[in-house]
Design a protein around this ligand. Structure first.
Ligand code: AP5
Length: 227
């Protein structure tokens, strides 16, 4: 079997959106797919956490909202993503992780320009008990934002980032009480968003309760099948 290799700069890429509840593996798969396609991964959660760490105005507004597991206002997110995807590295496409999350954000994204590669949307589904297991075991590097799991994907040295040597932390919003708010938010927002993309993009439902590589293989095949 021939191993899958990352795309060259000349190969067609895609504009990809990941939808799915907290812990579905959007960030994990988005990072792998972005590397495979050779396009940037744009994680609004990571951008907001970085803004909080740097103490910017956006970070000061977002921090108390994120601590409660609520959504940061649409206008702030739309402006953040608009600025990011206008950068030259997004010309061949991008992988969006965590945006859009509301119908208004999806409409905002559509207004950012229809040029570029086709829009492909992956809706990743995972049962709730598995989501809770993943979120409670997730650990995160505050320096490079790499994600680990204490049992599924542990670092080489317990509690330490393989790349940076930084002490891993648990995300504030992975605490049990906050997770339940985040899951509820997702359930409330997602039906209209999925209906929206069913009419306007290539939407694929992906079973996410499988090993990381098996999920990735499906994503890769689905993207290649459209070419
Ligand atoms: P964000 O950072 O986007 O969090 P989320 O959507 O809740 O998603 P998560 O990062 O929790 O999960 P994931 O699906 O990426 O899973 P992961 O790959 O890490 O948003 C955080 C907050 O920011 C929001 O609550 C909101 O306040 C704000 N925000 C962000 N964007 C916003 C927007 N557009 N509008 C408004 N507010 C916004 O995996 C989870 C764990 O499982 C990891 O430990 C991983 O190692 C493990 N894992 C992954 N895949 C597998 C697998 N196949 N099998 C076993 N384990 C796995």
């Amino acid at each position: 079997m021939v191993a899958a290799s990352p795309r060259t700069a000349a190969a067609p890429a895609a504009r990809v959106i990941f939808l799915g509840p907290p812990g579905a593996g959007k960030g994990t798969q988005a990072a792998k797919l972005a590397a495979h396609l050779g396009v940037p991964r744009i994680s609004t959660g990571d951008m907001l956490r970085e803004a909080i760490a740097r103490g910017t105005e956006l970070g000061r507004k977002a921090a108390p909202i994120m601590e409660q597991g609520l959504l940061v206002p649409d206008d702030l997110l739309i402006a953040l993503v608009r600025e990011r995807i206008a950068q030259p590295d997004c010309r061949r496409g991008f992988v969006l992780d965590g945006f859009p999350r509301t119908l208004r954000q999806a409409q905002g994204l559509a207004m950012m320009g229809s040029e570029g590669p086709e829009l492909v949307v992956f809706e990743v589904a995972v049962p709730k008990d598995e989501l809770l297991r993943r979120l409670s075991g997730r650990r995160w590097c505050p320096t490079c934002q790499a994600t680990y799991h204490v049992t599924n994907d542990p670092p080489g040295r317990p509690g330490v980032c393989d790349r940076e040597g930084t002490a891993l932390v648990q995300r504030e919003d992975d605490r049990e009480a906050v997770v339940s708010h985040r899951l509820r938010q997702y359930e409330e927002q997602m039906a209209p968003l999925i209906a929206h993309y069913r009419e306007r993009a290539r939407l694929h439902h992906v079973e996410g309760h499988r090993p990381v590589e098996a999920v990735f293989e499906d994503l890769r095949c689905l993207l290649e099948a459209r070419e």
